[in-house]
Write a protein that binds this ligand. Structure first.
Ligand code: PEP
Length: 250
């Protein structure tokens, strides 16, 4: 049985004080015995503050990105070791905004993923097709490329530290949510692909979150799909009520 996993990506939003307040509200609202794993992903600058607020609570802490080198002359970058030191247990890699706004390649994303695993951190690997690809019936082709580039060659043991987030690019921040059938089909395709690359046990164990305009009123239906194991939430993670509403839906 896969435990539902809901992560809130705060993106480039909030002052440190706002982040502190939101984290505090979530600590108050999330209990350890809900059976749902909950994480927040603040901007880098708010990480130390949020780490302090959530200490000892059921809320986990992740980062939105990482650089793959360990240290040195990489101005502006943050390493996996620094994230671990600041209290993060995981980071996102390959978020669509990194792929399509910051032009990150599958190769860079793979290096970031390996840097995180090398520090003993968990990874949420984000994948998803553009609207043009969906309309051209190329969703599976894109997912195949992204999943193979991200995961092929890892060990089954390393896969225990990986979560996959299926986030159709056209659904992120647009209010256009995938239908439950679209989400389930893509998740099933990804799970079967993981079975092909590794084996059925690895595929049955890996959690696949859906991301793209998840809100309290659509979360329960999406997460009721057999291969949807939680959600990666953007906009609706910025307010305690809506994020807690999504958690309740799981
Ligand atoms: C995201 O940031 O990964 C995301 C899915 O955003 P939103 O929920 O706002 O679509």
């Amino acid at each position: 049985m896969r435990r539902p996993y809901i992560a809130g990506n705060w993106k480039m939003n909030m002052t440190i004080e706002q982040a502190e307040q939101l984290a505090g509200a979530l600590v108050d609202g999330v209990s350890a015995d809900t059976g749902v794993e909950v994480a927040v992903i603040p901007p880098f600058l708010a990480i130390p503050t949020v780490a302090r607020v959530i200490e000892g609570s059921a809320v986990q802490l992740g980062a939105q990105d990482v650089y793959f080198e360990k240290s040195g002359a990489f101005t502006g970058e943050i390493s996996a070791g620094m994230l671990a030191d600041a209290g993060c247990s995981f980071a996102l890699v390959g978020h669509s905004e990194r792929r399509h706004v910051l032009m990150e390649s599958d190769e860079i994303i793979r290096k970031k993923l390996e840097a995180l695993l090398g520090q003993g951190l968990n990874v949420i690997l984000c994948v998803g097709e553009l609207i043009e690809e969906r309309e051209a019936n190329e969703t599976e082709k894109r997912l195949n490329i992204q999943i193979r580039a991200g995961l092929e060659g890892l060990s089954s043991d390393q896969m225990k530290n990986i979560t996959i987030a299926y986030e159709p690019v056209w659904a992120i921040g647009t209010g256009k949510v995938a239908t439950t059938a679209q989400a389930q089909d893509a998740h099933k395709f990804i799970r079967n692909l993981v079975a092909e690359i590794f084996d059925r046990d690895v595929a049955d164990a890996v959690r696949i979150q859906y991301g793209g305009s998840v809100k309290p009123d659509n979360a329960a239906e999406l997460m009721a799909q057999p291969d949807v194991d939680g959600a990666l939430v953007g906009g609706a993670a910025l307010k305690p009520d809506s994020f807690l509403g999504i958690i309740a839906g799981a």
